[in-house]
Ligand binder design. Structure first.
Ligand code: FHN
Length: 687
């Protein structure tokens, strides 16, 4: 039996030898110091996430349900003593750290973030402060020590994911809501923090120089920003150059993963399963994503992203200045799923030729490119643009819109001879003449060197509260530089220098096509932008007597992949709803709900609806299907804009949940206002 050391705070400080560095406030680091610390990470751009632990033993399946993974103790409500039995079953005899590290390296990944401890509390390494660790399994080897050795040999930076939330340690609070018999009597959260610091000290002093401490599980009400700042200082005191993500503290904005600028947010933001729509200049962030639909191994989950999708995401993320952390969930035998191995190999082939267009690059100088993405590198007297062409132009002419800079040369990155491509300027745009066939079927990179820093004139943005209006609307045209002037037309023709100069918002009372472009010194310097604003007649509302407040709902049980046809089906439950909480029962699975009634519009106008759901949903308003958000997906949103007259409009929301998390929400806004939940008093039904 290994002696388990219970560390008091004092003992903790003494046992750390030198103990945390005294009187160093790492929160007061200068920008120059942070830039130096972040340099390798900003250069790397691409890393491997690994979720591995006891949960790989059940492999996602429990009592007939097959959609679990690393959360299985929670989602299947497995009592502690039952879950602990996985310790005696965890024996990854095929584990080979060097195989894993070489697959990451050959895929072009520069760092590995592996779960030293996930929410279940199991330590994937030899911990002296816990018996709930890998040394208690038949495997009996320190996997992280072997990984550390392999990473050092292969020049891959080793990083640890460590969960603040711990479903196993007696001092962690809160307990799981369903753990009715597992008392929290005597639990001491501060003692848990010392325990967690004890494990972090082991990880930070016995596995060599680490790149990142990737915290997670920071969202429960026992964790605070002060605890987070203290933990940040503690970790940095043991490895001053280590990088720590924003989940060390409590400011993260959900899965969007970024922290409001005024609050402490660690060293980088952590969007999860998503990519910020636009680049975030000056902000370090990393999108972490699964390769299929689960972080931990799920043997039934064959929904793997294609290599094409992954490579496009890699280019998209890099073009926005972010890092891509792509996840692998190894099996209980200690091997990567074959689907993951295949994709890593294909990614590596692309990276071997094109890695230069990802590593150490900065965000694109263009707001958007119709044919792909752009990354850039500052050179001494010039800038190197990497044009990631997803859609090879049929006419072999690649248009770079609004680039005012003087081009120097262009060539295919895959062409070792760097044979120059001809460059032609046509007004605001530059065209590169390309060969007939693309060097890569997924993403062909064209290098364009330009003089100095990029001078880009994005097409102006033409905006109004909505694309439709019932009476009149106000149009605003904007741009993101101050060097040019905007000229526009209202008849759909291409604007020229003599077209009206934009001086401020203007009103429209009829359907109009607005075109606008930027001009400088008498010449067009940006592509033209077009927007159509349509005058419509609001769908009239009805006046009905005997309606009552709320929506009728029918709840059905079943296993679907899309919203079912409810005709002829017998509901399991019916009732009146004033909101959608019935669809937000995170532990329920395989059900559908059909809400029907009326929406009361008190004022003629243009309304935009935002329907969010996990899984699929349909929104009918009045006579039309307003939003089709059907299918299996995470909690995502779709919008629709409608012109509705005063009165009652038929309303129907049909929703289904297969397995995993589920949610449903319906927000609306009037033109020019913010989205809000539809007030319950706006719902009526008729029986
Ligand atoms: O709950 C975890 C989840 O299991 C997984 O580790 C992801 C990866 O970033 N993080 C949390 C969910 O946001």
């Amino acid at each position: 039996m290994k002696p388990v050391i219970i560390l008091s705070t004092l003992a903790l400080l003494v046992s750390a030898g030198c103990g945390p560095k005294k009187n160093v406030d790492f929160l007061k680091e200068t920008e120059v110091q942070k830039d130096s610390r972040m340099e390798w990470w900003r250069e790397a751009r691409f890393g491997m996430f690994i979720h591995w632990g006891l949960y790989s033993v059940p492999a996602g399946e429990w009592n007939g349900s097959k959609n679990h993974a690393e959360w299985i103790r929670e989602t299947a409500q497995i009592p502690l003593e039952e879950y602990d039995q996985f310790v005696s079953q965890f024996n990854p005899v095929k584990f080979n750290a060097m195989d894993w590290v070489r697959m990451a390296k050959d895929a072009g990944m520069k760092y590995i973030v592996i779960t030293s401890k996930h929410h279940d509390g199991f330590a994937l390494y030899n911990s002296r402060v816990s018996e709930f660790d890998i040394m208690a399994t038949p495997f009996g080897r320190d996997a992280l020590k072997e990984l550390s050795t392999a990473c050092k040999k292969e020049g891959i930076t080793l990083c640890f994911y460590h969960s603040i939330m711990d479903w196993h340690h007696p001092d962690y609070l809160p307990r799981r809501s369903w753990e009715k018999t597992r008392t929290s009597e005597g639990a001491d959260f501060n003692r848990y923090i010392n325990y967690m610091k004890g494990q972090l000290k082991e990880l930070l002093t016995r596995y060599g120089k680490l790149g990142v401490l990737w915290f997670d599980g920071e969202w429960e009400n026992t964790w605070t920003e002060e605890y987070g700042k203290d933990l940040y200082q503690y970790v940095r005191s043991l490895q001053p150059d280590i990088i720590i993500n924003n989940r060390v503290t409590t400011g993260r904005s959900g899965m969007a993963g970024l922290t409001e600028s005024e609050t402490f947010g660690g060293d980088f933001g952590t969007p999860e399963q998503e990519i910020p729509a636009m680049g975030l200049p000056g902000i370090d962030w990393e999108s972490c994503m699964t390769m299929n639909d689960h972080w931990g191994y799920n043997k039934a989950d064959k929904n793997f992203k294609s290599t094409r999708e992954i490579l496009h995401m890699l280019a998209d993320i890099a073009s926005k200045g972010g890092n891509y952390l792509l996840n692998i969930g190894p099996t209980s035998e200690g091997v990567f799923p074959q689907e993951s191995i295949d994709r890593l190999r294909e990614i590596g082939i692309w990276m071997k030729t094109n890695g230069e267009s990802i590593y150490g690059t900065q965000a694109s100088p263009f707001r958007s490119l119709s044919w792909g993405r752009c990354t850039q590198k500052n050179m001494t007297e010039s800038t190197r643009l990497y044009l990631h062409v997803f859609d090879w132009p049929v006419d072999q002419k690649l248009m770079i819109p609004g680039l005012g800079s003087k081009p120097i040369r262009a060539y295919l990155l895959a062409d070792a001879s760097q044979e120059e491509l001809t460059i032609v300027r046509e007004g605001a745009n530059i065209f590169l003449n390309l060969p007939a066939s693309a060097p890569d079927a997924v993403n062909s990179v064209v290098v364009l060197d330009i003089q100095g820093k990029p001078e880009v004139y994005d097409a102006p943005t033409i905006g109004a509260p909505a694309a439709i209006f019932t009476d009149k609307t106000e149009v605003t045209i904007s741009k993101n530089e101050t060097l040019s002037d905007i000229h526009y037309t209202l008849d759909g023709s291409e604007p020229v220098m003599d077209s009206p100069k934009y001086t401020g918002p203007f009103s429209l009372a009829e359907t109009t096509t607005v075109q606008a472009a930027c001009f400088r010194e008498g010449q067009p310097v940006s592509a033209a932008q077009t927007a159509v604003f349509t005058r419509v007649v609001a769908e009239p509302g009805r006046v009905l007597s005997q309606v009552k407040p709320g929506l009728l709902y029918n709840l059905y049980s079943g296993d679907w992949d899309t919203v079912p046809d409810f005709n002829g089906m017998t509901p399991k439950m019916t009732g009146i709803a004033t909101d959608f909480t019935l669809a937000n029962q995170s532990k329920d699975e395989k059900f559908a709900i059909d809400y029907q009634g009326f929406l009361n519009i008190t004022e003629d106008g243009v309304y935009t609806f935002a329907l969010s759901s996990d899984d699929g949903s349909l929104l009918y308003v009045g006579s039309s299907l307003a939003i089709n958000h059907d299918g299996l997906h995470g909690a995502t949103t779709r919008e629709a804009t409608l012109a509705l007259g005063k009165g009652l409009h038929t309303l129907r929301i049909s929703f289904f949940e297969k397995t995993g998390g589920n949610s449903l929400s319906l927000l609306w806004k009037k033109s020019g206002q913010e989205f809000v939940a539809i007030p319950t008093e706006a719902f009526y039904y008729y029986r």
